[in-house]
Design a protein around this ligand. Structure first.
Ligand code: 5AD
Ligand code: SF4
Length: 459
């Protein structure tokens, strides 16, 4: 069979990165190899995100560019996958006739079949059914040992039942469904065999893993993963504060491989806003959970998501958010201006916030966070952290190397990026270094990274 080339453009969250990886493996069973240039491809896939308007615009502009490519190469097949495919369905083909397949968030495993159909009869296909179960058709080709990176991702559940009023996820990813724990553990074991050292468990709300199905709970799943030989670290995203149980909090004290970091999106520090967002927790109950986490693990890093300018957000509400940030001292955060999602109820709320107010609030929030990070980072120089080496640092990849020195990059358990230099003599084996945990003393800090030196470990 002739080898064909596929170009995959992944937009959005880690779930999409994971799904793109599955598509790539399914396609390699069909004799496709990857290319980094759409111009060279026989097949272009864009795996899309609908969480904010900007992400959707990105998809539309990419599809616009594909029109020109298709003119040059009429045999090119264009596939739109993911959340925008789910949301817009056949409308995408009306607007972008160069698209051959629109496949929703539950159709990943059908990709080879859909391609065969389109190659056979040429008609465009829209496949956006939302199914009740997670289809698991593992690719014949597993990751080749040594090819996998240090970090691996595994989806443990999909969909969401929470219906936060600003959010499109329940409409484009469907109801919450958890994967069988055995399948999850087997997948992690296979990744570890191919060289993965750190695993991130993915789901919209991993805290409620298995609850609906009456299966293994999330803390139990973590404990099982903790027992896997050869795996060094475990992370998970995302947690909903309302479902963060005492048992899960306790896991940070008991599970050795569980990293000292939690991403716990609060969205707003003002109770009236949280109520209209349908978040089902209060500022006070959130702070209580933070205190519990810190009593189990004093230095646990806490990151969050925040939305500014939710409909009806007053200056006083926004100040409550700033005040909460000062209280919690988040290690890092993602902040977004609220944007209407047509399916989500908040799109129809009154008291929309003008865009200049949203912009100014976002800037004020980011300025405050810079100061918080500077204060947090001031504590770090002199401290020693175990760092899992991921590879060469960004500088090392960009700048011409300093003779005799190579700069490596890794992360602390708290998910802080650390760069450090090692002598580049002939005995340096990059592949052997990747995936090792070393001890680094922090010397300098920057907004988004730390710099340190290797310290010998006393045994
Ligand atoms: N507008 C702005 N931000 C949003 N998010 C989700 N929906 C919206 C929206 N309509 C943010 C939330 C969520 C993160 C993934 O994206 O903060 O946690
Ligand atoms: Fe969206 Fe809320 Fe579900 Fe998160 S918990 S995916 S914000 S509806």
């Amino acid at each position: 069979m002739k080898t064909k080339k596929v170009y995959i453009n992944t937009i959005g969250c880690q779930m999409n990165v994971y799904d793109s990886g599955r598509m790539q493996r399914l396609l390699s069973d069909e004799n496709y190899i990857s290319t980094s240039l759409p111009e060279n491809a026989d097949l272009v896939i864009v795996n899309t995100c609908a969480i904010r308007e900007k992400a959707v615009q990105k998809v539309h502009s990419f599809l616009g560019r594909m029109k020109a490519l298709k003119k040059k190469n009429p045999d090119l097949h264009v596939v739109v996958a993911g959340c925008v495919a789910q949301q817009e369905g056949a409308r995408l083909i009306e607007r972008f006739p160069q698209v051959n397949i629109v496949m929703g968030t539950h159709a990943v495993d059908q990709l080879p079949d859909l391609l065969r159909r389109v190659q056979r009869d040429g008609n465009p296909i829209v496949e956006i059914a939302l199914t009740e179960t997670i289809l698991e058709k593992p690719a014949k080709t597993a990751a080749v040992p040594g090819e996998a990176g240090v970090n691996g991702f595994v989806t443990i559940m999909r969909g969401c039942d929470n219906y936060c009023t600003y959010c499109v996820v329940p409409y484009v990813r469907g109801r919450e469904v958890s994967r069988e724990p055995g399948a999850v553990i087997a997948e992690i074991e296979a990744m570890v065999r191919s060289g993965v050292k750190e695993i991130t468990l993915l789901g919209q709300n991993v805290n409620s893993y298995g609850v609906k199905e009456g299966m293994t709970s999330f803390p139990e799943l973590l404990a099982k993963a903790n027992d896997i030989n050869g795996l060094l670290r475990i992370r998970f995203v995302t947690s909903h504060p309302k479902d963060l149980s005492d048992q899960l909090i306790a896991s940070f004290g008991t599970l050795k491989k569980l990293c000292n970091h939690i991403h716990l999106p609060i969205q707003s520090g003002a109770n009236p806003v949280l109520k209209r967002m349908n978040r089902k927790y209060t500022r006070e109950s959130y702070l209580e959970k933070i205190a519990k986490l810190r009593s189990v693990s004093k230095d646990i890093a806490i990151s969050t998501d925040l939305i500014v300018g939710f409909p009806g957000e007053t200056d006083a509400d926004f100040n409550d958010t700033l005040d909460l940030m000062k209280t919690v001292q988040f290690d890092s955060l993602f902040a977004f201006e609220y944007s209407d999602r047509p399916e989500a109820p908040a799109a129809r709320f009154s008291d929309k916030i003008p865009s200049d107010v949203k912009y100014n609030r976002l800037q004020a929030l980011l300025d405050l966070q810079k100061n918080i990070i500077a204060a947090n980072h001031a504590q770090l120089p002199g401290q020693v952290f175990p760092v899992l080496i991921e590879g060469e640092s960004k500088n090392q990849q960009k700048k011409p190397a300093i003779p005799g020195i190579i700069e490596l990059m890794g992360r602390t358990s708290e998910n802080r990026i650390v760069n450090f230099a090692v002598p580049a003599d002939s005995s340096l084996d990059m592949n052997a270094l990747k995936g090792q945990i070393v001890h680094i003393r922090i010397e300098k800090t920057f907004l988004n990274s730390l710099q340190g030196v290797l310290v010998p470990v006393k045994h």
